[in-house]
Each structure stands twice: as C-alpha cells, then as structure tokens.
Design a protein around this ligand. Structure first.
Ligand code: ZN
Length: 186
C-alpha cells in the first residue's frame, strides 16, 4: 500500500523531468523558448522553472496624476506594443525614444569628471491622437513608465548605456557565444 503511493510519486517526478528534457534538449524547443522570452510570454528558465508571462502593472496614483492621462485600454496597448517588439534592442530603442537623460544640477557638477556626473531622466508614453494614427508624447512619472511597460530601472539604465556608447543601439550579441559555454548536463 505504501508502495503504491511511492510509485505514484515517482511517476509524477518522472513525468516532470521528461517534460523538462523535451524543452531543454531539442534545438527547436530552445529556439521556441527564446522567442517566448523575447515576447514576454510564459516560458521555461534555464533551470527548467516556469516563468509567468509579463503582465502590465497598475497605475502609479502619484501627485502628477499620471493615471488620468491614459485609459486602461491605452496603457494595455502600449504594453502590448512594447512586448510585441520582440527583442531587447527594439525595447531599448523604445526606451531611449521615450525618455530624456539630463545632467542633474548642472552648476554643482561643473568641473566634475564625466564618470562622476549624475543624471536625471524624464519619461514619456505615447498617446494616440483622435485621428487614430499620430501620437503625442505625454510626460509621466518613472513609476508609471516602469509599470505600464513592465520593465525595470536596470533595463532603462542598460538602454541608455547602449545608446551612449554607440549613439545607436546595436544588436545584442548575448547568446552568440552559447556554443562555447559549458552547460552542465543535469
Ligand atoms: Zn505618476
């Protein structure tokens, strides 16, 4: 009787491992999984953990009243467009195109080496005009920007770093060296 329960436990375990192997071991499934990651869909992590799809965050409800500037449907559209871009490079470009990087307290920082300078950012989200085609950039707070796009402060930093280095955003080379990387055979 106790045998029965332990064997059914084993069955469960084996099944999960098999699914995980299917995902991890075929080149096709790896490629498919990468596409899911790039579009913010539900996918498996490298260790085989299920990562939920990206979801749009709540409005900020700050003193600037950003939440009155966009309807929920407009925010969902922005979120869908952002994740529909399908690559980090395109999202970085979107971020750079929808934010401004400015020197903080310019006068105080005069003579300061470039690497020590501090910057402040302004954020904008696109609002489609009544013609249904053209867009106006509406200023929002950082929280509204980050939550609507479901992106992170780190990604904003990375986007600006990439832009500052090259003046343009080049294709991310991560993953190009995947073949050389040692992968444990678990
Ligand atoms: Zn706000």
């Amino acid at each position: 009787m106790s045998d029965q329960s332990s064997s059914s436990d084993k069955g469960k375990k084996r099944k999960r491992l098999t699914n995980y192997k299917n995902w991890k071991d075929t080149r096709k499934s790896r490629r498919e999984n990468k596409i899911l990651v790039n579009y913010g869909r539900q996918h498996l992590s490298r260790k085989g953990r299920l990562i939920a799809a990206k979801k749009m965050g709540d409005s900020c409800y700050c003193t600037k009243q950003c939440e009155t500037k966009f309807t929920e449907a407009e925010r969902i559209e922005i979120f869908n467009n952002f994740w529909g871009l399908g690559s980090n490079e395109k999202r970085w470009l979107f971020i750079v195109n929808h934010s401004n990087k400015m020197l903080k307290n310019r006068s105080k920082q005069r003579g300061e080496p470039v690497r020590n300078r501090k910057y402040t950012y302004k954020y904008y989200l696109p609002k489609t005009n009544s013609d249904g085609f053209s867009q106006t950039q509406i200023a929002v707070c950082r929280l509204m920007f980050v939550r609507t796009l479901n992106t992170s402060s780190n990604i904003i930093k990375t986007a600006w770093q990439k832009y500052d280095e090259n003046g343009i955003i080049q294709q991310d080379m991560r993953g190009r060296h995947a073949k050389n990387r040692k992968v444990s055979n678990e």
